[in-house]
Each structure stands twice: as structure tokens, then as C-alpha cells.
Design a protein around this ligand. Sequence first.
Ligand SMILES: Nc1ncnc2c1ncn2[C@@H]1O[C@H](COP(=O)(O)OP(=O)(O)OP(=O)(O)O)[C@@H](O)[C@H]1O
Length: 302
Amino acid sequence: MDSPAVEVIDLVKRYGGATAVDGLTLSAARGAVTAILGPNGAGKTSTIEICEGFREADGGTVRVLGLPPSDGSLRARVGVMLQAGGVPPAVRCGEWLRLVSRFYARPLAPDALMARLGLTDHARTPYRRLSGGQQQRLSLAAAVIGRPELVFLDEPTAGLDPQARHACWDLVADLRTAGVGVVLTTHHMDEAERLADHVVIIDRGRVVAEGSPASLTGAERQLRFRARPGLALEELLTALPTGSAAKESPAGHYIIEGQVDPELLATVTAWCAAEGVTADDLSIERRTLEDVFLELTGRELR
Ligand SMILES: Nc1ncnc2c1ncn2[C@@H]1O[C@H](COP(=O)(O)OP(=O)(O)OP(=O)(O)O)[C@@H](O)[C@H]1O
């Protein structure tokens, strides 16, 4: 049987006295999209850069396509999109892509890839004159041009406009269809929910949850509405069946959890009416990945 695309066991990474990755274990399948989520400083980039062979681990085992990350044969088989830099400032966009393509035996056509990522009009623009989003798209193009078996994308859509974000999503979906393994980090929960087969949530250098987006969010539904901030939810709770929960998060956004049925809906709307409150945008929804993420990693800023 093939080894996983990426296998990380008990990974440890320290910077001076600080432990950034603290016994992290995860696995990413071939031909699937694995999203690594975590708050700022959780250890995502450290982990990914160790897998890419750019940083040394202080402990644990990492295998990429069954090989140690330092194995030279991986260069031709693995695509890497860095968070920033790596391109000479004066090189033109199209020139760079053609240059990178020459390192590979069966590269994609640079012009077609530029067209796909909206870079055709910038083919002759030097890297330093590209906007942040255009530089980002060029890095993405360079990561996939060699038809890799596996790509690492570190925050691929950070700073992209909605059009470019969708183009990136389409590209990732096509890579997956073509059997390419994709390991990406993102702060966009909707992106992970939309793209990923497998989500790994890490916090303080450790995995705190993993599974498919559906298994992480569960089947439970919630009642949500918007109203003026500061409603007396403890009062509402006394009218709801035992086991229900009500919270305001953020201010003016209310979430009621429990057995969401017509009776609960009627109780909540009747209570709102008695309070003289109109419940706006009332909806019954499943928990989102963002809800799960915040529950697991807390709300304090890092
Ligand atoms: N080269 C370095 N030297 C010292 N500390 C570092 C270095 N790189 C990362 N760190 C620290 O290690 C921890 C993990 O950083 P890392 O970049 O891996 O997190 P991350 O999850 O990718 O964060 P973000 O979401 O902000 O990109 C942070 O506390 C960071 O300050």
C-alpha cells in the first residue's frame, strides 16, 4: 500500500527556549485536500516548512511521499508555495514561470497557467511591481507548474480578491481531481469547509481535533438570529427545554442550541415578541467550522 502523502509523528520544533510544535502527529492522504487550521502562532508554518525540508525538526518523524523531507528526489515531485518572497524582484512574471517550468520533465504550459490565474496582462511586469495578490498568484502558479504529486500551500488565498480566491479554489479542486495531494493552511474557515477532505485543527503546537468538515461540525443544528445586544438570555433559557443553551456571540448575534424543533422556534419567537424585540435573520443552521474552531481554540487574541 502507498504511504500517505505526508506523515508527521510526534513532531517537535523549538526556537530558543520556546516550543512552537509540541508533539504534533498528523497524516495527509494522497489525492486529497488536507487543511491545517490554527490561531496565529499555533505552529502551522513551522510544521509545513519542516515537511517542505526548509526547517529542521528538533524531534519526531516526518515522511513526505514515504521519504524524509531532505530527500533530493522530492524536489521534482512536490510543489511548494511560500508565504512570501523567493522570487528575484526584477524578474518578469512570465519569465519566472518559464524558468521554473524548465526544472520539470512535464511542466504545464506557462501561458495557459498565467491565463488561468489572471496573470496574462502582467506577463512582462517585474515581480516587484506586481500587487501583493498578483505575487501570491505567481507563487501559486510556480508551485503547481511541475505537475507535482503533492503541493504545500501556506495561506494560498491570504490577501486575494474574491475573483482570485475563486480561481485558486478551482485550481485546488482540479489538482485534487487529478489525484494530487494538497496540504494547505488557511485562516478562512469557509475555504477549509469548501475545499478540504480532511481538516486538522492545531493549537499551541498540538492537534486538538481532526476529521472531515462534516464530522467536525456534526449533525446538530442551531437557531440563530440578530437583535439588539444584551438580551436577558438567562430568562429565555428558563422557558426552553432542559439541555438547551443560549449565547450572544458577538454582540447582537444570538445562538440557541439544543433540540431545534418547531416548539423551540415558537418559544424563542414568542419570548422575543414579549420583549418587544424583532429577531432578524432568523435561521436554523448546522454549526460551522468557525464555531468549532472558536470552541476548541478560544476567543482570546494571540
Ligand atoms: N524563526 C523563528 N524564530 C523564533 N520564533 C519563531 C520563528 N518562527 C516561528 N516562531 C515562533 O513559533 C511559533 C509558531 O509560529 P508559526 O509561524 O509556525 O505559527 P503559525 O501557526 O504559522 O502562525 P500564523 O497563523 O500567524 O502564520 C510562534 O510563537 C512564532 O513566534
